[in-house]
Design a protein around this ligand. Sequence first.
Ligand SMILES: NC(=O)c1ccc[n+]([C@@H]2O[C@H](COP(=O)([O-])OP(=O)(O)OC[C@H]3O[C@@H](n4cnc5c(N)ncnc54)[C@H](OP(=O)(O)O)[C@@H]3O)[C@@H](O)[C@H]2O)c1
Length: 257
Amino acid sequence: MANDNDTRVALVTGSNQGIGYAIAGRLAADGMRVVLNGRRAAAVAEAAKKVAATGADATGIAADVSSEQAVARLFEEIQSRYGRLDVVVNNAGIAPRIEGRSARVEDTPLDYWQRTIAVNLTGAFLVSRAALSLMKARRWGRIINISSQSGRMYTGFGSAYYAASKAGLIGFSRVLAGEVGEYGITVNCVSPGRIKTAMAATFANADRVDQQYIDRTPLRKVGYPDDVAGAVSFLASDAASFITGAVLDITGGFFMP
Ligand SMILES: NC(=O)c1ccc[n+]([C@@H]2O[C@H](COP(=O)([O-])OP(=O)(O)OC[C@H]3O[C@@H](n4cnc5c(N)ncnc54)[C@H](OP(=O)(O)O)[C@@H]3O)[C@@H](O)[C@H]2O)c1
């Protein structure tokens, strides 16, 4: 059963800034009702207010996606406010660095490894698991996971803990796509390259990393949050209804399998 966008509800995790914020704005412009999220409640409320100012139905719900209890509360709120959820974008992510650099494996504290896996991978699992019954009930759903080029190839820029979380997301998405296809739910990943956000700026030598990226990229530029939002909008649409288990690379050609 296909529904129109103006009744659909989309949750975008980690959307008080950066790529998630651009995705929330884009899905709102597509006509969906959007739930914005992040851990910092004030930033979440502010971001939702800005999207709502465009005339959209936008709500902010703060929650740490790596906490099972917090995700349960997030879904209680979605259930009571909307009674449905059609689109999930698992975008919340972290890439902790030590003194502006990605730690090498031998220098990686266990805590960095665990926190990154907990947010980037376990968070997507918890949110997707909670969304399935709502999507199955309407026999329509879209789960879009924000992976990374670091999960697809060795870039020389990232850490093993981040790459492992993002490669894990691709394996997770593939199996979930196989499990839920019969309910009209698609599960896909997008895999961005270097996108200009606060996260990309956390490298001590961010400008040099930008230039190295540009030099190795056929399109000779870095990406912007709207480049990712456009791809997510497509995967969330009815136009993408025969696409599942896919990874859409948004790298300017840096990664070409
Ligand atoms: N920028 C890039 O070059 C790039 C490339 C490939 C992939 N990505 C991926 O794209 C996604 C967005 O990245 P970005 O560049 O936009 O990063 P960003 O500007 O640092 O934004 C990250 C967002 O995630 C939220 N967040 C972090 N931990 C969370 C948690 N435990 N629970 C809920 N929300 C949480 C943050 O809000 P709070 O701080 O309030 O929690 C923030 O809204 C990430 O998954 C990232 O790995 C980015």
